[in-house]
Ligand binder design. Structure first.
Ligand code: IMP
Ligand code: MG
Length: 184
């Protein structure tokens, strides 16, 4: 098995490490300004958001709290059907909380639409979304994202939390996944 950086399935770099670091710092600064006096509860969507959330949280200069949710969407490995199942629910009560959903990537937007509706029904003071990546032009409905990291072309990407069959999450940048015959 090749070293992660020499993996032939890893294609073009879409967002490099320096760009990630800079943008995450900007997002953290924006969130710090916007939520002064009403620190948010960060809700991370597992597993993909864990790397982004970890970096983002450390660039927010407010006493934030954390919770996590795991969802699985029915469909093939690379396409969502829109039917979402909660695999792990939140531990905390959302009533009166300023909830900030932290997502890795928005493709069709179906997962997010489901999540937002689900969390909004729990009586929070507010619900906003911070998505690291949004794929260009694929969303059926407007997404209303308060914070977006990068808009990227509609390729399947891995790294910085994003996986193919649980691999590549620890790649420190975001790259196109190109299945190479006999590559692994
Ligand atoms: P959506 O419901 O179509 O917006 O899909 C969102 C979810 O699909 C994300 O939270 C990811 O888990 C997964 N996903 C979508 N596109 C990619 C990708 O390019 N790489 C890895 N996971 C992806
Ligand atoms: Mg995934």
């Amino acid at each position: 098995m090749p070293a992660l950086v020499d993996d032939p399935n890893i294609g073009r770099v879409v967002v490099g490490e320096r760009e990630l670091r800079a943008r995450v710092a900007e997002l953290g600064a924006e969130i710090t300004r916007d939520y002064r006096g009403r620190p948010p509860l960060l809700v991370g969507v597992l597993k993909g958001a864990f790397v982004f959330m970890s970096d983002l949280a450390r660039s927010i200069d407010l006493p934030v709290e954390f919770d996590f949710m795991a969802v699985s969407s029915y469909g093939s490995a690379t396409k969502t059907s829109g039917v979402v199942r909660i695999v792990k629910d939140l531990d905390l009560d959302l009533s009166g909380r300023h909830v900030l959903i932290v997502e890795d990537i928005i493709d069709s937007g179906l997962t997010l639409t489901y999540l937002r509706r689900n969390l909004a029904a729990r009586n929070p003071a507010s619900v906003e979304v911070c998505a690291l990546l949004v794929k260009e032009g694929l969303q059926a409905a407007p997404l209303d994202l308060r914070y977006t990291g990068f808009t990227i072309p509609p390729d399947f990407v891995v790294g910085y939390g994003l996986d193919v069959a649980e691999r590549y999450r620890n790649l420190p940048y975001i790259a196109v996944f190109e299945e190479v015959q006999g590559g692994r």
